[in-house]
Design a protein around this ligand. Structure first.
Ligand SMILES: [Zn+2]
Length: 273
């Protein structure tokens, strides 16, 4: 499932272009097709097609795991969920096999929402504030200080891994980067949040930022979903490395299940209590 670094990479490629495709900035939507109507979460798919036509793309950014397209009239938000991807494709060509929604753009391009497992969703809203109101802070938000992070951990009795996956606590983390950050910070995934001290909280916030930055620098991880642009999967410390040596102490990585999620840790570096 795409997490913050993968969504950030997709946003940057669309905004800035790369060696294969131009930037979408300034492109105008000349039409839209919805091939799986439930792709459009809001408004309904017919209204979406009518409203989006004629709008110009003025910005592409990210909030949590949402892609945010600033259009001339509205905001188009895309959540990729399990397996979604956005592909800028030459007009009339077939660049993907599971396209659920297509924006036809001027300059002979189309933007395809490829979504094999159909969980991804698209919103067209005048103001995204409501949709974003329940989200926690961005990990890189400079107002998220070590002291503030420690204070919010201290108010929670939940286990640290499910808490970090909770988008209302901190936005953008998923299974990969949570396991990586907890290993780097030497914190067991089942530790209660309110049992961490200030020093551990500092190290955890620093570790979260470091693994997310590393992921962004390597264009994200290409693993068990359709996005194939990154290579951070070659640099995982523990995620899906069961039985391989912990990078810090050499102890074989173990896999446990936490809240139905496969969880990878070093039993030597990450102890409970
Ligand atoms: Zn270790």
């Amino acid at each position: 499932m795409p997490e913050l670094p993968e969504v950030e990479t997709i946003a940057r490629n669309l905004r800035e272009g790369n060696s294969q495709v131009p930037s979408v900035m300034g492109m105008r939507v000349t039409g839209a097709e919805v091939f799986w109507t439930r792709t459009i979460a809001q408004p309904d798919s017919k209204a979406f097609v009518t409203l989006v036509r004629g709008q110009e793309i003025r910005g592409v950014s990210r909030r949590a795991k949402y892609l945010v397209f600033e259009l001339s009239e509205d905001y188009m938000l895309v959540h990729l969920r399990m397996s979604g991807d956005l592909i800028l494709c030459p007009a009339g060509e077939s660049c993907a096999n599971h396209v659920r929604m297509r924006l036809q753009l001027d300059r002979d391009w189309q933007l395809d929402f490829n979504n094999p497992r159909k969980f991804g969703r698209v919103w067209l809203l005048e103001d995204p504030a409501d949709l974003f109101s329940s989200l926690g802070p961005e990990p890189f938000d400079p107002t998220l200080t070590p002291e503030g992070f420690f204070a919010s951990l201290s108010r929670r009795k939940r286990q640290i891994k499910p808490l970090l996956l909770d988008q209302g606590f901190i936005a953008g983390m998923g299974n990969i980067y949570t396991d990586e950050a907890l290993n780097l910070a030497k914190i067991h995934p089942l530790t209660r949040a309110d049992e961490l001290d200030q020093e551990q909280a500092d190290l955890l916030l620093e570790s979260i930022r470091r693994v997310l930055n590393d992921g962004i620098r390597r264009n994200g991880a290409s693993i068990d979903w359709v996005y194939q642009g990154g290579d951070f999967q070659n640099y995982f410390r523990v995620y899906q490395r069961t039985g391989e040596p912990c990078p810090d102490c050499g102890t074989p990585v173990e896999r446990i299940v936490v809240g139905q999620r496969g969880t990878h840790l070093c039993p030597q570096c990450q102890t409970l209590g």
